[in-house]
Write a protein that binds this ligand. Sequence first.
Ligand code: HEC
Ligand code: HEC
Ligand code: HEC
Ligand code: HEC
Length: 233
Amino acid sequence: MKRFLQQLLGAAALVCLAQATTAAPSYVGVKVCTKCHDLYGESWAGTVHAKAFDSLKANTKAEEKTKAKLDPAKDYTKDKDCVGCHSTGFGKPGGYALGKDPGGPEKLGTVGCEACHGPGSDYRDEHGTAEKKLLRSQQSTPRKLLVSKGQNFDYESACAACHLNYQGSPHKGAKAPYTPFTPAVNAKYKFEFDKAVRTKALHEHYKLKDVFTGDPVPKVRAEFQKTAKEIPE
Ligand code: HEC
Ligand code: HEC
Ligand code: HEC
Ligand code: HEC
């Protein structure tokens, strides 16, 4: 009996180990990021992305919904065909799940930091570690490390997954559920990355100390850094 139990425990440990080494990075929520990036949090909170979940509630944006052939009196907050693009990491490890409190401790019921920057479980600690390394020994950390930990730098694809996900869209990966708000409904829903990325829909940009270095450098980085605000000490 003892031997059997030992084998059983051994097998369980192996399963745990396998899961720990192969687990994909998971979503941790806005509040983890804003512990360090508080100014980004404040600026992001005023954007349409931070309020995207509210648009799914009954009797909000009634005119827009009617034009897109949706029912303005209906509550769409638990509709799996809607929440995917109005929340963060829907259906993925750690991400938003149907019925969860959208404003709960992780605050995943919004289009949060990780919707654009990628699931943060594995890279969140690298940011603080790399800053300490810079302060201690003037050494920057390769940005490639962040990519290997799941941080996303391909912003164009991240935006496209929500903004260009409709039938007949130029985005090759488009698949159901599609957005009801397409350029055919209203020309204002046409999404152009180069314009959209320069709007107030993201957040204020702040001067970086170059804690990270090397590829992939986002193509808008140099331009944004030129006019970025200083983070007050
Ligand atoms: C322990 C504090 C800490 C946490 C937690 C944290 N960051 Fe950072 N982050 C930093 C520091 C420090 C830098 C380097 C800033 C610089 O270069 O001046 C950084 C850099 C970044 C950068 C720029 C990287 C580059 O290309 O140079 C992004 C984007 C970012 N963080 C997003 C996030 C997101 C999203 C989260 C939550 C999942 C997060 N951070 C969590 C401290 C943190
Ligand atoms: C998880 C899905 C998702 C991602 C990823 C996403 N967005 Fe959005 N975005 C939305 C939703 C939903 C709205 C509408 C919010 C509302 O009004 O409810 C929106 C609104 C906007 C608006 C305002 C539209 C207008 O007509 O004023 C802009 C601009 C925008 N997003 C740009 C971007 C850019 C640029 C990226 C990529 C860097 C991006 N978004 C990534 C879902 C997303
Ligand atoms: C594939 C992603 C996606 C899905 C699925 C999706 N949306 Fe959205 N939704 C968006 C994006 C992106 C925008 C912003 C469009 C813009 O302003 O350019 C948006 C905007 C909206 C708006 C605001 C429109 C305006 O003019 O202010 C409402 C309301 C909305 N969605 C409701 C819904 C409802 C209800 C569903 C389900 C029936 C749904 N969405 C499904 C991506 C999506
Ligand atoms: C809708 C997409 C989107 C959301 C949501 C978003 N970001 Fe960003 N973020 C971007 C883009 C695009 C850039 C510009 C690319 C660059 O230079 O890194 C950027 C840049 C940054 C940078 C680099 C320096 C700078 O100021 O440009 C940091 C740090 C950062 N974001 C943190 C955050 C945090 C923290 C949150 C959540 C509170 C967040 N972001 C939410 C898209 C987004």
